[in-house]
Write a protein that binds this ligand. Structure first.
Ligand SMILES: CC(C)(COP(=O)(O)OP(=O)(O)OC[C@H]1O[C@@H](n2cnc3c(N)ncnc32)[C@H](O)[C@@H]1OP(=O)(O)O)[C@@H](O)C(=O)NCCC(=O)NCCS
Length: 194
C-alpha cells in the first residue's frame, strides 16, 4: 500500500540530504520557476514548450498544491540556502504504485557538482521508502544525452523509445523512456525491503 493520508493525499514534506534539501514550493519560488522557464536551453532539454508568465507561474503553484498526483519540491543547497532547482513526482498512481519523476537544476553554474544526483537519490528514497511506490519512470528528450547518462548512473534503465514524441525548433525528436523499480533501487543504493 502506498502511504497516503486519510484524504488520499501525499503531503509534501522537507526531505533532507547531505548537501541539499528538498522543500515544498512557496510563492517566493515563482521567480525561480519563471527564470528557468525563460531559459531556452533548459526548455529544449526538458521538453517545455513556452516560458511562463507571472500568471502562468501562479496557476502552476495552485495546480501543484491542489494536485494529489504530484509531490513537488524546490532544491536548496544546505550550506548557503541557495535555491538551485525543482524536482518532484508527478502522475502518481497509488493503485498501481507507479509514478513519473522530474528534475531541473535551473542554476546552470551548479551543474556537474553532484546536486542533481543527490536530489534524485533523495526523491527515489522518498518515492520507494516513504510512499511505497514500485516503479518510477521518466521520459527524456532524445538529444539530452547528458540527462540520459545521468539517469543511467542513478540506476534507471532504458525501456523504449517514444518515436517523434517531441517537436522542438521545427523538428521531431524521440523521447527515451526510462524507469527504475523498487528492488533495483534497493539493490543499488541499499536499504531494507519493507
Ligand atoms: C540533468 C541534470 C539534472 C543533472 O544534474 P547535475 O547536478 O548537473 O548532475 P551531477 O553533477 O549530479 O552529475 C551526474 C552525472 O550527470 C552527467 N553529467 C554531469 N555533468 C555533465 C557534463 N557537463 N557533461 C556530460 N555529462 C554530465 C554525468 O554522467 C555525471 O556523472 P559523473 O560526474 O560521475 O560523470 C542537470 O544538469 C539539469 O537540470 N539539466 C537541465 C534540465 C534537464 O536536463 N533535466 C532532466 C530532464 S530528463
Amino acid at each position: 500500500m502506498t502511504r497516503f493520508d486519510e484524504k488520499g493525499e501525499v503531503k509534501s514534506r522537507v526531505v533532507i540530504g547531505k548537501r541539499v534539501y528538498l522543500r515544498p514550493l512557496a510563492k517566493e519560488d515563482l521567480v525561480y520557476l519563471r527564470k528557468w522557464s525563460d531559459d531556452a536551453e533548459i526548455r529544449g532539454l526538458t521538453g517545455e514548450v513556452a516560458s511562463m508568465s507571472e500568471a502562468d507561474a501562479e496557476k502552476f503553484l495552485e495546480k501543484v498544491r491542489a494536485d494529489t498526483e504530484r509531490a513537488w519540491f524546490m532544491v536548496v543547497i544546505k550550506e548557503n540556502s541557495r535555491v538551485i532547482g525543482e524536482a518532484g513526482l508527478l502522475r502518481m498512481f497509488p493503485a498501481w504504485r507507479t509514478t513519473d519523476m522530474s528534475v531541473i537544476i535551473g542554476e546552470k553554474e551548479e551543474w556537474g557538482k553532484g546536486y542533481g544526483t543527490e536530489t534524485i537519490l533523495l526523491l527515489l528514497d522518498y518515492a520507494f521508502r516513504q510512499l511505497n511506490f514500485h516503479r518510477v519512470a521518466i521520459g527524456v528528450v532524445g538529444f539530452n544525452e547528458r540527462a540520459i547518462r545521468f539517469w543511467e548512473k542513478v540506476g534507471f534503465r532504458k525501456e523504449g523509445i517514444e518515436r517523434d514524441g517531441y517537436y522542438y525548433d521545427h523538428k521531431y525528436y524521440d523521447f527515451v523512456m526510462m524507469s527504475i523499480l523498487d528492488d533495483e533501487f534497493r539493490e543499488l543504493h541499499g536499504g531494507n525491503s519493507s
